[in-house]
Design a protein around this ligand. Structure first.
Ligand code: 5RP
Length: 268
């Protein structure tokens, strides 16, 4: 796909998706609707030891400017939708928050926007995605669509997620971020652009995280956009190292647990 794109678009995409075709995005954007999220109160401290193992950072312009050094040597995926909060009326009622001039000024390698398919704000958020694609394409900036479900976590089944992901690709997203689910090949198989998995609420053990990520990768995902299951984990660096082994080295779940245990022993 990259070969047929304009140089700028291809160059940005090749910064966020690695030469092996895989990707580990580290999201720290949660505060844009839920405030000072546990373990993200001081984002710069949380991410410092994790950055060497991430391929890109998913972040809002506010946290980027206030907490991240401009010498950052990782590509930035800028979160550019919002306008709602966990204490407001409806999380789905999002708009676009960040102008194209800002996106260019911040040297974003990509941008991310949420869509809420099946809600009262479906049309509005899908048009947000389309409008963002219209604004970003002339500058060669790829758009990542985020298939969000708000508080309705039970929506995360293959039929719904396949529908939502396909619509995002049809409207011009270059990458789609969605939740892992059973039969994940039904989601990736119907989506003509790369799919990355978000984590959702924290799993109980590292093995559980490794298992769903391994399963999703074996069913066509190119990687993850994984936040809470990394930086809220009891051992964030060993956890991200185990996950990276699955994504970039094709490690099995048992291998990833070994990587995790070894990294944990090194940090004691
Ligand atoms: C929420 C997001 C996050 O980037 C996404 O949900 C991934 O984080 P987590 O793995 O914690 O679910 O879009 O704003």
């Amino acid at each position: 796909m990259i070969g047929t794109m304009d140089w700028g678009m291809a160059n940005r995409l090749s910064r966020v998706i690695q030469p092996d075709g895989k990707a580990f995005f580290l999201p720290i954007d949660h505060g844009y609707f839920q405030g000072p999220t546990h373990c993200l109160e001081r984002p710069q401290e949380t991410i410092a030891p994790l950055l060497p193992y991430a391929d890109a950072l998913f972040v809002t312009r506010g946290v980027l400017r206030s907490a991240i050094a401009p010498s950052l040597d990782k590509p930035v995926i800028l979160r550019v939708s919002g306008g709602t909060s966990v204490v407001g009326g409806d999380l789905a009622n999002e708009g676009l928050t960040t102008a194209i001039e800002e996106i260019v000024r911040l040297n974003a390698s990509a941008v991310g926007v949420s869509v809420f398919v099946g809600t009262s704000y479906e049309r509005q958020t899908l048009l947000n995605l389309s409008q963002l694609v219209n604004q970003c394409e002339p500058y060669g900036i790829p758009v990542m669509a985020v298939t969000a479900v708000g508080k309705e976590l039970e929506k995360r089944d293959a039929r719904y997620l396949a529908l939502a992901c396909r619509i995002c690709a049809e409207l011009g997203a270059k990458v789609v971020k969605t939740y892992w689910c059973e039969d994940f090949e039904k989601v990736t198989g119907g989506c003509p652009v790369p799919v990355v998995m978000a984590g959702g609420p924290k799993c109980n053990t590292e093995r559980e995280v490794f298992e769903f990520v391994h399963d999703g990768m074996s069913r066509g995902a190119i990687g993850v956009n994984l936040g809470r299951n990394v930086w809220q984990a009891p051992h964030p660096v060993p956890t991200i190292r185990g996950l990276r082994a699955i994504i970039h080295e094709g490690a099995s779940v048992d291998d990833a647990v070994d990587v995790f245990q070894q990294a944990k022993a090194e940090t004691v």
